[in-house]
Design a protein around this ligand. Structure first.
Ligand code: ARG
Length: 466
């Protein structure tokens, strides 16, 4: 089949070049956006008197038929026939409606066309991913709500540090994910400029109404400089970095879950439907989902690095290198959406082993700071209280005891300041309840954090309705 650009050429394309050059095997997923852009472009051409209303009508019905055939999977996206999705749609249109089809590309280049298609696609996918993140926030908040009094050790350096609750830990992830939502929404804002009408690189001699096409396609404005319009992929990079940070968060959460369901911790048990077995070890129940999320994070980082590297040396305006923007963006989207599909159900079906968490809390002297604070509040300088408590801990380790197992008599040998109220002070639930500063783990505070998360969900879902 002759290429759309065959006029200048006396030879047909070598077959290996067809395969090498063609993007249709992967950019075919842009067909809804490509057709949407063409519908609006031809509408504008007719309004501006550049094509007739009759041509526009034919173009519109032709494009709608092509959309239906593509939706039905009837079109074969063959690289030997079509270089990319833009040429495919245009060729099919001309085959179907003849002359009028040849007028569609007036005042347009594939460079502004592909720039538009990618923007429309990324915009849609940002909303998709954002909704999935909102759902994950909801699930984590629901689990947190049931566990505001579930005591567990909080860790630093993976050493038991201070008493917290399971809700508090989950709400830390909620805070991270809230930032992810805001980052995605910021990218939506950044991409809110329409490149259609930029032409190949230097605008066009036709009297296009770029404000009309921008508005109908849901953008606030046309991009200010046409050369930038065809060569800007910043929004793809921003999206990929949003997704990379999001995956980093999911990977950290996954890592925690992997630890929590090991026998060494046994803080949670994953549902059978969300774990896998071993082919040889009958006792095994593996957290494969979490490990895959952790592993796939590397892929998404790679996608970001791919596009950063593709873009770094490109002279203005369009260069074919930019065709390489697609597979990395698509791969990142597919990977992230897959992870976000499976993770919430895995979390909502897990069993929280509260007694094991509490037992771990009782070991490890996580109330040592509370002991020091107890003495400090009774008048001892903090550094002295810290040192005295360190001595008590060392003694307990030697004797295989815990701080609360020391008798008042033993304690008073160390300091007269100890009295009965010590035992109340180092009780773990009390110790958590007293960590009642704003943003802290006390149930009163985590309940506030839960309320804030619910408000956030409401606010960000409402934006869709408006
Ligand atoms: N398939 C191309 C891409 O994805 C479309 C733009 C081609 N433009 C060109 N001047 N060859 O980037």
């Amino acid at each position: 089949m002759a290429k759309l650009w065959a006029g200048r050429f006396s030879k047909t394309t070598d077959e290996t070049v067809n395969d090498f050059n063609s993007s249709i095997p992967f950019d075919n997923r842009l067909y809804p956006q490509d057709i949407e852009g063409s519908l609006v472009h031809s509408e504008m051409l007719a309004r501006q008197g550049i094509i007739t209303a009759a041509d526009r009508d034919q173009i519109h019905s032709g494009l709608k038929e092509i959309l239906q055939s593509m939706d039905a999977g009837e079109v074969e996206f063959d690289p030997a026939q079509y270089e990319d999705i833009h040429m495919c749609v245009e060729q099919l249109l001309t085959e179907r409606i003849g002359q009028a089809g040849k007028r569609l590309h007036t005042g347009r280049s594939r460079n502004d066309q592909v720039a538009l298609d990618m923007r429309l696609y990324v915009r849609q996918e940002i909303l998709e991913v954002r909704d999935q993140v909102l759902h994950l926030i909801e699930v984590l908040t629901d689990v947190a709500e049931k566990n505001t009094a579930t005591i567990m050790p909080g860790y630093t350096h993976l050493q038991r540090a201070q008493p917290v609750t399971f809700a508090y830990v989950l709400l830390a992830y909620v805070s991270m994910l809230k930032r992810d939502v805001r980052r995605l929404e910021n990218t939506l804002d950044v991409l809110d400029e329409c490149p259609l009408g930029s032409g190949a690189l230097a605008g066009t001699t036709y009297d296009l109404d770029r404000h009309f096409t921008a508005e109908v396609l849901g953008f606030s404005q046309p991009c200010a400089n046409a050369m930038d319009g065809v060569s800007d992929r910043d929004y793809c990079l921003e999206f990929l970095s949003d997704l990379s940070i999001l995956m980093m968060h999911l990977s950290r959460l996954s890592e925690e879950v992997i630890s929590w369901c090991s026998w060494e911790f046994k803080f949670i048990e994953l549902d059978d439907a969300f774990s896998t077995g071993s082919s040889i070890m009958p006792q095994k129940k593996n957290p494969d989902i979490c490990e895959l999320i952790r592993g796939k994070t590397g892929r998404v980082y790679g996608d970001l690095m791919t596009l950063l590297t593709v873009m770094k040396g490109l002279p203005l305006a369009y260069d074919k290198d930019m065709q390489e923007d697609k597979e990395c963006v698509f791969d990142a989207i597919d990977t992230v959406t897959m992870c976000l599909k499976v993770l919430p159900d895995m979390l909502s079906t897990m069993t929280v082993l509260t007694e094991n968490m509490a037992a771990a809390g009782r070991k490890g002297f996580i109330n040592a700071t509370d002991c020091a604070d107890y003495l400090t509040k009774k008048g001892m300088p903090f550094r002295d209280a810290y040192k005295l408590t360190g001595g008590l801990v060392a003694r307990c380790i030697q004797e295989g005891r815990t701080l609360e197992q020391l008798t008042l008599k033993e304690l008073r040998v160390e300091s007269e300041l100890f009295d009965e109220s010590f035992y109340e002070a180092v009780d773990l639930l009390n110790a958590v309840k007293r960590r009642n500063t704003f943003g802290g783990p006390a149930p009163e505070q985590t309940e506030k954090q839960i309320a804030m998360a619910r408000d956030f969900l409401q606010e960000h879902r409402k934006q869709d309705e408006s």
